[in-house]
Structures are given as structure tokens and as C-alpha cells.
Design a protein around this ligand. Structure first.
Ligand SMILES: [Zn+2]
Length: 337
């Protein structure tokens, strides 16, 4: 299985947090793993994306040294391998890791060390996506993220993204960031249609996004759905997260099946292993149970993820074969339950 939409800071487990606190010399208010987890997992009463994003504070506070960043990426790859993934794109915003004096370049170098060691030790492929952030006073930081992405493109970094509170900071105000990415040939993915409507996704498409994070609100715009299909724009859907942030209020309104019926290249992802308290296998199982999707449909979703990955044609061929094998094992396991 493949996860294309996975945030580093929302996916560390309590053991990782304790270890990082020790490494950084930070005294945590509590050292009980369950209490730490409770601090990180989204509240069932969460009402919006802004609240959900508050759950990253603990891990972000620790991801401020090169040592902790390297460790976190490495441990996440270990976790992904244990969960049966064969490829993942891990994303984070370098500008959120500068509190102790690191530069964005140093942050990415540390993450790449963790990535390279993780690939070596756990045998799965991983690339990094660098997130620009939705704020109104950070244009220079966002521009620097694009420059750093260009510097490490093809060396473990595969794209830039735009993340943060979409409702508070509209996509349209970030045009110059993506014009710079376009000039530097850095591939673009953008979180859109999550906490804002279809217009946000139209802007993302105009900015050259090859994939859209979530894209839920495309359901309100038939022309947009046609555009997504024609341009083969991949949607990185994250079922549990989309329900938790109340992007979709009712399970039965989740638009994945409608998108599939429209021929849109839907992929399924976790968003955040810890904050959303999930795994990719769980997401597939939830979808299968909730919408009665056939095994072939699930496999098609997994293969969409391969097609949407920032990999060579050769690597994609290998992954598709791997997915065929892993899926048959997994589906066999599901049918026994
Ligand atoms: Zn996300």
C-alpha cells in the first residue's frame, strides 16, 4: 500500500515523543504514553480544521533539532514498514522547525538523513514533500521552502505543498509561491477543497497542482469534477481525517464513490497516523465496510496512488506488482474476519 498524504508531525507515536524529549533535553508535563497519546489524538468533538491543527503542538515543539528531525523521519519509516507500506511520501513544513536556530536547509538535510537511513534499514521507498504554509506574514519563508525544494529535488524531495488553515488563508493569495515553483520545475500539490469550497480547488489547479490534498468540496461543482477527470488530477482523500475536521459531516455524504463514478483519480491516505488515530489498512477497511466497495475498486484506488506518486515509470511498474501481491494477501485476511 502507498500513502501519498502523510504529515510527519501528526504521525509520531508516544514512544517517539518520549525519546525526542530525552534527546532534546525537554521535560514533558507527563511521561505516561497513554496521556501523551490522548494529548495528540483529535477530540471526537472537534468542530473544524483549525482545532485539528492544534493537536500538532506537542510533536512540533520537539521537532526543533536536527537530531530529533532525523530520528522522527527514520522512526516513521520503521512504522510504515511495520504497517505493510511499500512507498510513502512524508510531508512537513521546514519553516515550523526553526525555533532553535536551524535553517530550512538544515531541517531538510536532517530529514533526508533520516529518510536515507530508513530506506537503507527498512527497505521501502520514501520521498519528502515540503509544505509551504497558509499564513499572511510568511511569504519569504514560503519562497525559501520552494528554493530548498528545488535544491533537493530528485535527492529525496519530490514536491512542494501548501498546508494550514484553508478557511483563514485563501489559496488565491499564494499565487506567487507557485509561480516560483513552476519556474523552478518543482512539482506542486496543494491542500484544497477541505476547509474551503470549489473555488479554492480551481485556484490550486491554476497554480499547477498535480494532486490536491482532500478535494472534498469538488462534489459541489460538476464542472470542476469534469476538469479533475480530464486533467487526471489525483485527489489525496483522507477518510477519517475528513470526518474528524467536519469537512464531511455525515459518513453517508463522503463523496469518494461519486468521485470514482465520475472517473476521478481518487487515492486513499491517512493524513496523520497519530492525530487521526489510524493506519492505511484501517482506512481501506473502513471504506470497504462503509461503502461496500469491491476488492477490485480498492485495488484500483491503491493503483491510482502509484500513478500519482512522484516516481519513475519503472519504479511504478515495480510498485504495481508489489501492490497486486500485497493486496491479495490483505484481502484474503479481510475475508477471513
Ligand atoms: Zn494534510
Amino acid at each position: 500500500m502507498i500513502d501519498l498524504h502523510l504529515h510527519l508531525d501528526g504521525s509520531l507515536n508516544p514512544k517517539n515523543i518520549l525519546k525526542m524529549a530525552q534527546m532534546a533535553g525537554v521535560v514533558l508535563p507527563c511521561t505516561d504514553e497513554e496521556e501523551i497519546r490522548a494529548n495528540m489524538v483529535v477530540d471526537p468533538e472537534c468542530t473544524n480544521l483549525g482545532e485539528y491543527l492544534g493537536k500538532f503542538d506537542l510533536s512540533l515543539g520537539l521537532l526543533q533539532t536536527a537530531e530529533c528531525i532525523e530520528y522522527a523521519v527514520y522512526e516513521l519509516i520503521r512504522d510504515l514498514k511495520e504497517k505493510g507500506l511499500c512507498y510513502a511520501e512524508i510531508r512537513f513544513a521546514p519553516q515550523l522547525h526553526l525555533r532553535k536556530g536551524l535553517t530550512q536547509t538544515e531541517v531538510v538535510e536532517a530529514a533526508l538523513r533520516g529518510r536515507n537511513k530508513g530506506i537503507r534499514d527498512f527497505g521501502i521507498t520514501v520521498n519528502l514533500i515540503l509544505c509551504c504554509l497558509r499564513f499572511d506574514q510568511n511569504r519569504a519563508e514560503n519562497m525559501e521552502t520552494v528554493t530548498v525544494a528545488e535544491q533537493f529535488l530528485g535527492k529525496g524531495v519530490c514536491a512542494v505543498d501548501l498546508a494550514g488553515n484553508e478557511a483563514a488563508y485563501p489559496t488565491e493569495t499564494f499565487q506567487d509561491i507557485f509561480a516560483a515553483a513552476y519556474e523552478k520545475f518543482v512539482p506542486v500539490v496543494i491542500h484544497a477543497g477541505e476547509a474551503a469550497g470549489p473555488e479554492s480547488m480551481w485556484h490550486a489547479l491554476n497554480f499547477g497542482a498535480l494532486r490536491i490534498g482532500h478535494g472534498i468540496h469538488a462534489i459541489e461543482d460538476a464542472k470542476l469534477m469534469q476538469e479533475l477527470k480530464e486533467k487526471k488530477i489525483f485527489l489525496e482523500m483522507c477518510y477519517s481525517s475528513n470526518l474528524q475536521t467536519k469537512t464531511v459531516e455525515r459518513v453517508e455524504d463522503y463523496p469518494l464513490a461519486t468521485f470514482l463514478a465520475h472517473g476521478i483519480a481518487v487515492t486513499l491516505n491517512t493524513d496523520n497516523l497519530t492525530v487521526s488515530s489510524t493506519s492505511l489498512q484501517r482506512e481501506y477497511a473502513l471504506l470497504q465496510n462503509q461503502f461496500d466497495l469491491s476488492d477490485d475498486t480498492l485495488k484500483a484506488i491503491a493503483k491510482n496512488a502509484v500513478d500519482g506518486a512522484f516516481l519513475s515509470a519503472e519504479e511504478k511498474e515495480t510498485l504495481k506488482k508489489q501492490i497486486d501481491r500485497e493486496f491479495s494477501i490483505w484481502l484474503h485476511g479481510q475475508s477471513k474476519k
